[in-house]
Ligand binder design. Structure first.
Ligand code: GRF
Length: 258
C-alpha cells in the first residue's frame, strides 16, 4: 500500500480548495490525507468544512500575537530567539518592506505557534489554500527540508508571474487579458514568486461577466491543486536551475511498474 502524504492545510476563508483536496483524498484520487487544518481567522468557513470531515483544526491569532509582541502584555513574549531580522531581510530582498516596522518579529510570534501546531501533526507537505498571510523566511526555512527540498505549496488565482498579490482574478480582468487562470507554486521568500508546479489557462469569452470569470477560474483551481499535490506525493518534483539562474520545478515521468 502507498504511504499517504500527510497534509497540513492553512486557510483564511471559504476553503473551497480545501474541500476539493479533502474530497480528492477521500475518493482515493490522490495519495494523501489532510491531517490538520489551521487558520488565522476563527470564522473561516474552511475550519467548519474540516471539522465536518473529522479533521483536527486550530486557529492562530496574528492580531493577538502582534498585540503581545508590541505591547508585551504577556510577560516574556518575544520573537523566537533565533529570529534574525537582518537574515530575514536579506533573504527577502526587495520584498522585505512587506515585513513592516517590526521587521516581521511580531509575525514570527504567530508563526512559532503555527509551526508548533503543524509539527505536532507530523506533516509532509504544507498546503496554502487561500491563506492570506505573508510567511517569513524564518518560517519557510523551518518548514522546508533545505533549499532544494521545498515543502510548501500555494495556489494563486492568476497566471504567474503576472498579477501576484491578493486580487489575481480582478487584476487579470481589469488588465483586459484574454487568457487567465491559476498557478500552484512552491513558496519562496518573495510574493508569489516561487517555482511553478502547475498552471491552468482558461480563455476569457467576450460575453463573460467578472463573476463568471472568477467562478470558472476557481472551479479550475479545484482540479489543479489536487493534481499538484499528487505530483509531490509521487515524489516527482525536484528543483533545477534554469539557464538564467532561476530555480524551476522539474517534473519526473511517472515510474512505470515492472
Ligand atoms: C482562491 O482563489 C485561491 O487561489 C486564492 O484564494 C482563493 C481561496 O478560495 N489564494 P477558497 O478559500 O479555497 O474558496
Amino acid at each position: 500500500m502507498v504511504q499517504k502524504t500527510r497534509l497540513g492545510v492553512l486557510v483564511s476563508g471559504s476553503g473551497s480548495n480545501l474541500q476539493a483536496i479533502m474530497d480528492a483524498c477521500h475518493e482515493g484520487k490522490i495519495d494523501a490525507e489532510v491531517v490538520v487544518v489551521g487558520s488565522d481567522n476563527p470564522k473561516a468557513y474552511g475550519l467548519e468544512r474540516a471539522a465536518k470531515a473529522g479533521i483536527p483544526t486550530f486557529t492562530v491569532s496574528y492580531s493577538d500575537a502582534k498585540h503581545r509582541f508590541v505591547l508585551g502584555d504577556v510577560k516574556g513574549v518575544e520573537a523566537p530567539a533565533d529570529y534574525d531580522v537582518e537574515d530575514v531581510k536579506r533573504k527577502m530582498g526587495k520584498h522585505a518592506e512587506r515585513l513592516g516596522i517590526y521587521g516581521g518579529r511580531e509575525r514570527a510570534v504567530a508563526e512559532a505557534e503555527l509551526l508548533q501546531k503543524l509539527d505536532s501533526h507530523r506533516i509532509d507537505l504544507l498546503v496554502l489554500a487561500g491563506f492570506m498571510r505573508l510567511l517569513t523566511p524564518w518560517f519557510i526555512d523551518r518548514m522546508n527540508r533545505g533549499p532544494l527540498d521545498p515543502r510548501i505549496e500555494n495556489i494563486h488565482p492568476a497566471l504567474l508571474p503576472s498579477f501576484p498579490g491578493t486580487n489575481g482574478y480582478e487584476d487579470t480582468w481589469n488588465y483586459g487579458c484574454k487568457v487567465y487562470g491559476s498557478t500552484v507554486h512552491f513558496v519562496d521568500y518573495g510574493e508569489d514568486t516561487g517555482p511553478i508546479i502547475g498552471q491552468t489557462a482558461l480563455v476569457r469569452r467576450p460575453d463573460m461577466t467578472l463573476e463568471q470569470f472568477k467562478k470558472e477560474g476557481l472551479a479550475a483551481e479545484w482540479e489543479l491543486f489536487p493534481a499538484c499535490i499528487q505530483l509531490f506525493a509521487e515524489g516527482r518534483l525536484s528543483l533545477e536551475t534554469s539557464p538564467n539562474g532561476r530555480k524551476v520545478v522539474k517534473i519526473a515521468d511517472r515510474a512505470v511498474a515492472v
